[in-house]
Design a protein around this ligand. Sequence first.
Ligand code: MD6
Ligand code: FE
Length: 216
Amino acid sequence: MYTADLFAQERLGQRDAIGPCAWVLRGFALPYVDELLPALGRLEAASPFRHMVTPGGFTMSVALTNCGALGWASDRRGYRYTSTDPDNGQRWPAMPGVFARLAAEAAAAAGFMGFEPDACLVNRYAPGSRLSLHQDKDERDYDAPIVSVSLGMTATFLFGGHARSDKTAKIPLYHGDVAVWGGEDRLRYHGVLPLKGPSHPLMGEQRVNFTFRKAG
Ligand code: MD6
Ligand code: FE
């Protein structure tokens, strides 16, 4: 296992409750990193990261790709899940086994048994990339949790309430952290502050986030 810093091992096993049904499992993904990165490389070769346009006409600062039966996509017409990559017309790459295993094990560790995601959105942040406050509400099944894996540079996650104007908590997400949320927290507003800070020893000047959902 590669650990980014001396503190990574100490965080492993910590569990921070960030809501009644939302947790950050510190370092939970660290034992998977050696398998996740080559799988990400293969996925990226088939469906490269790209900057999508929002319905409002802005180009997202975050680059994204997908794997699994369904992938999240945005264009001028709206947000939706698609079974094919709009850039090449092919199906999104299959969900690598190690991705599905990590997602199911993290969900189970947070009390959500039998999580079988059909969609994995992969976000890539460069310094300055941000994600404005949003709700994840394009999925059909709100009963399933969302599992979110952070790799690379540390991000500041904003975790708000059920109204956009609600106060937000700032939560640092480190390399290897896994956030799991569901139940009454499933539709809370959240976002990511502009990425900044030191480069990551393994991943360099970027942060990669995998978000697993049951979308269909
Ligand atoms: C990110 N994550 O961490 C963006 N959504 O890069 C999300 O938008 C997100 O982390 C729902 C649940 C967990 C998340
Ligand atoms: Fe989200």
